[in-house]
Design a protein around this ligand. Structure first.
Ligand code: RIB
Ligand code: CA
Length: 314
């Protein structure tokens, strides 16, 4: 079976870095490019981190520099408290000398040029994706599927407000545009990622490997969750679950639903309103509901340890 072409749109970001490593480690996907967006931290950091990660992983793919802020709002906060000022919990990768391309035109070009339909995996705010839809609708219609880390169902609280998850909250207008566009969507929300708990103890192969990937993942896990060195701490893996869902769809159980995004609510901005009945209309999204955690952990450990070994040999 040929590798599935993907493009990652991302705001690295600690868990984004882990997701990009996973994509690089999986032959089931053909990573065609990485486009940065502002989110966890400012675009100057997310784009630099995307390029530096591509260097570390020896990825011969174009890196794009996308939107520096939401489509319409100015009242947003980055998340340095979670990801550190530089977006990688203070971990310093060698600065890349790559030339970055304008991100949204790059997204459109990678989609248009591909002989096979491309799956786009947004794991940050959806600003670039909404700009793709608005400025390059012909290309956007060719997308095979958007596999989005974002949103969630009401049984799990939001992580910015009681009802809103960060990626959707950061640019709700962009998210509403994408969910209304009509390209198939898989939504990997907090209700799923909070099942995908991973800590050092769940990655024995990787930490036995002891190479550059193990070192960074260890720092990311420790720095991201401030676990005070507790090796037993297991925390939700958001972005890497979206990549895992592309690599091995059996990791998730999804249900079809109609999903829309609240953009005006004083208290509910950024809420993904998930209608599992068909009262709101035809389903526009496959919503992740259950995670096969052991399968996810095994995929993460086996693939990242193999990547670690391959990078150590170079
Ligand atoms: O809510 C989790 C999401 O917000 C993840 O993508 C994380 O990287 C942040 O962007
Ligand atoms: Ca992210």
């Amino acid at each position: 079976m040929s590798a599935r072409p993907i493009v990652i749109d991302t705001d690295p970001g600690i868990d984004d870095a882990l997701a990009i490593m996973l994509a690089a480690a999986c032959p089931e996907v053909d990573l065609r490019g990485i486009v940065a967006v502002a989110g966890n931290v400012g675009l100057e950091h997310t784009s630099a981190n995307a390029a530096a990660l591509a260097d570390l992983l020896r990825l011969d793919v174009p890196i794009g520099r996308g939107a520096s802020g939401p489509l319409c709002r100015a009242d947003v906060d980055f998340a340095p408290d979670v990801h550190g000022e530089n977006g990688l919990a203070g971990y310093r990768l060698p600065a890349s000398t790559r030339t970055l391309q304008p991100g949204v035109p790059l997204l459109a070009r990678l989609i248009e040029e591909s002989p096979d339909p491309v799956t786009v995996v947004p794991i940050g705010p959806l600003t670039n994706i909404a700009m793709l839809v608005n400025e390059f609708p012909k290309a956007a219609r060719k997308v095979e599927r958007f596999v989005i880390m974002g949103g969630g169902t009401l049984d799990v609280p939001g992580n910015v407000t009681p009802v809103a998850e960060f990626n959707i909250w950061f640019d709700p207008d962009a998210a509403a545009r994408v969910f209304a566009f009509g390209v198939p969507i898989t939504m990997v929300g907090l209700n799923a990622t909070h099942q995908a708990l991973v800590g050092r103890k769940h990655l024995p192969g990787l930490f036995a490997s002891g190479g550059p990937v193990a070192e960074i993942v260890g720092r990311l896990l420790d720095g991201y969750y401030d676990v005070d060195g507790d090796p037993g701490a297991a925390m939700p893996q958001h972005d890497s679950l979206a990549i895992a869902a592309v690599v091995d769809p059996a990791v998730l159980t999804t249900v079809p639903a109609f999903v829309d995004v609240e953009t005006a609510g004083r208290l509910t901005r950024g809420m993904t309103v998930v209608d599992l009945s068909d009262a709101s209309g035809e389903p526009n999204c496959d919503v992740a509901m259950q995670v096969d955690v052991q399968r996810f952990r095994h995929l993460l450990d086996t693939r990242l340890s193999a990547l670690d070994a391959s990078l150590r040999q170079v």
